[in-house]
Design a protein around this ligand. Structure first.
Ligand code: ADP
Ligand code: MG
Length: 544
């Protein structure tokens, strides 16, 4: 016992902590929200773990959070009697930032100016480290439920931390902030003042489901009211926004709130949010997915993938069901018919909300599209039942006006008479596509061509062959019938074509006359069934 070690923070963690210490984020109050949110998560985890493992030696008699401001010592302690952490967990959870996208975030932070960096870091969410905005030293004392030895962790945020074993730690975690001095004219931000602490809790953490008490008092200072169970008209936008930040770990307000109350055979409340910014890991394998599941106000699990499909993984929020077992597992949920019905309903709700944004709030829709459009396109492959609805939500660049996006509906409505197909071209970038000789005849005819540059575009265009009964066609594949643009009869070219086919026999399958060129003498096209060049490249890069 008494093993004391001084360890170094991981380089990325150090860089992020420096940013917090030198406080790029103007609203310092939110550190308390972060610590309370961690305490609340720890209480949830304890409840779940003691359900799953009834042998676990835990005290769950009075689960709560406690805040202890101490004006004399100039400290604020945030305490929970939740799951706690083992020594190894402290090292891995508090000493490192395991979030994917950390490196990417740091690169962006280095390139951005300080006003942007506050926003970037808020988007990333630095949780526990936000303590260093208000404290020059942080002590964490913790004992994991079921273990006998506790751990004390301490750091000034300057590159290293100490960690030691402690014999007499209570179950759970206590984080003590040694507060930075406050200006005398800044009493509102004196976190050693109980009145200040109380008002911050009211503002940011009122809905937390566990009692939050001030040390020495039994009265909770939060109302613990589940927002989703209240009538929509009684909840303010600010309350929704704070709740969103709690469930999403995002620091920015949501783009849209969806509140569903389902009555009938399977009753549930759902409170879902569309974020305004994509998380850094949205397109990585460890992207968190799904919303939280509650049963009768009791937290059951985070990231419940049975409730939202993969392509809507950016949707955050809560579903609270009336009639489910508290012991329900992920596997059971995947099979449950009622959960499947909830999921279908929620998908419809989300797609319907997006449709409303698109038609009534185009600016919001553009924000959504820029952040999440690529994910939504995955739905064309994943969710064929809603394919038409998803197709209507897509926006594309096109050859018409580089600065504007076009929907399929608009494309179809404005196409010239005689054009019977929807044309697109896939490629790495707009520039490559625009220089393609494939486009010449389409330009000459005044036909608009959709410019598809997302890697996922290559995949869905293979599956989706029409929109509203109108064929979708790649201008780079097979025969495109634009009507003859040349007066010569093909027979005159027989000799030339045979000679060329012979000369190029190593490289091409066939040489034929084309109606798609105007000024270029020749272009290479794929067979209707061939891979497109981008896909071919993608597969080659993957070693196939
Ligand atoms: P996040 O909450 O987004 O995971 P944080 O930086 O807030 O990030 O916390 C990092 C991790 O440290 C948490 O995921 C959790 O595992 C652990 N942790 C933090 N505070 C507590 C606590 N009070 N009790 C138990 N574990 C905690
Ligand atoms: Mg946290």
């Amino acid at each position: 016992t008494g093993r004391t070690e001084t360890l170094e923070f991981q380089a990325e963690t150090q860089a992020l902590m420096q940013l917090m210490i030198h406080s790029i984020y103007s609203n310092k109050d939110i550190f308390l929200r972060e610590l309370i949110s961690n305490g609340s998560d720890a209480l949830d985890k304890l409840r779940i773990e003691s359900l799953v493992n009834s042998d676990l030696d835990v005290d769950r008699s009075d689960l709560h959070l406690e805040l202890e401001p101490d004006a004399e010592a100039r400290t604020l302690t945030v305490r929970d009697n939740g799951i706690g952490m083992s020594r190894d967990e402290v090292v891995s959870l508090i000493g490192t930032i395991a979030k994917s996208g950390t490196a990417e975030l740091l690169r962006k932070l280095r390139e951005s100016n300080s006003a942007d960096s506050a926003e970037l870091i808020g988007q990333f969410g630095v949780g526990f480290y936000s303590s260093f905005m208000v404290a020059d030293r942080v002590t964490l004392l913790t004992r994991r439920a079921g273990e006998s030895t506790g751990t004390r962790w301490e750091s000034t945020g300057e590159g290293t931390y100490t960690i030691e074993d402690v014999d007499d730690a209570p179950q759970g975690t206590a984080v003590t902030l040694h507060l930075k001095p406050v200006d005398t004219d800044d009493q509102l931000h004196d976190y050693a003042d109980p009145a200040v602490v109380r008002s911050i809790v009211k503002k940011y953490s009122d809905f937390i489901a566990w009692p939050i008490r001030l040390a020495g008092s039994d009265e909770p200072i939060n109302s613990m009211k589940a927002l989703w169970a209240r009538p929509r008209a009684e909840v303010t936008e600010a309350e929704y926004a704070e709740f969103y930040k709690h469930v999403s770990h995002d620091w920015t307000d949501p783009l849209e709130t969806i509140h569903v109350k389902a009555e009938g055979t399977f009753e549930y409340d759902a409170l879902l949010f569309l974020p305004a910014r994509a998380p850094f890991d949205l397109y990585t394998r460890d992207a968190q997915r799904g919303v939280q599941l509650y049963v009768k106000r009791v937290f059951i699990m985070a990231d419940c993938e049975a409730l939202v499909p993969q392509y809507l993984r950016f949707v955050k929020g809560v579903v609270d069901a009336q009639d489910l077992s508290l012991n329900v597992s992920r596997e059971i949920l995947q099979q449950d018919r009622q959960i499947q019905a909830v999921r279908r309903r929620l998908v419809k709700k989300v797609l319907g909300t997006l449709r409303d944004l698109q038609t009534q709030h185009p600016e919001k829709y553009q924000t959504f599209w820029a952040e999440f459009g690529r994910a939504l396109k995955e739905g064309l492959l994943e969710d064929s039942a809603n394919r038409e609805q998803i197709l209507d939500l897509l926006s594309f660049s096109s050859t018409a006006d580089p600065s504007k996006l076009v929907t399929l509906r608009e494309y179809v409505e404005r196409r010239p008479e005689g054009q019977t197909e929807i044309y697109y071209l896939t490629g790495d970038s707009r520039a490559t596509i625009e220089n393609s000789p494939h486009l010449e005849a389409f330009r000459a005819k005044g036909y608009e061509v959709l410019v598809l540059t997302d890697p996922i575009d290559e995949v869905w265009v293979d599956q989706v062959t029409e929109y509203d009964g109108i064929p979708l066609k790649s201008v780079a594949k097979g025969q495109v019938d634009l009507g003859s643009t040349s007066a010569e009869t093909p027979a005159e070219f027989d000799g030339l074509l045979t000679w060329m086919a012979g000369a190029l026999s190593e490289s091409v399958k066939e040489v034929r006359l084309s109606t798609r060129l105007v000024s270029s003498p020749a272009c290479v096209v794929g067979d209707a069934n061939d891979l497109t060049p981008t896909l071919e490249k993608m597969y080659r890069a993957m070693g196939q």
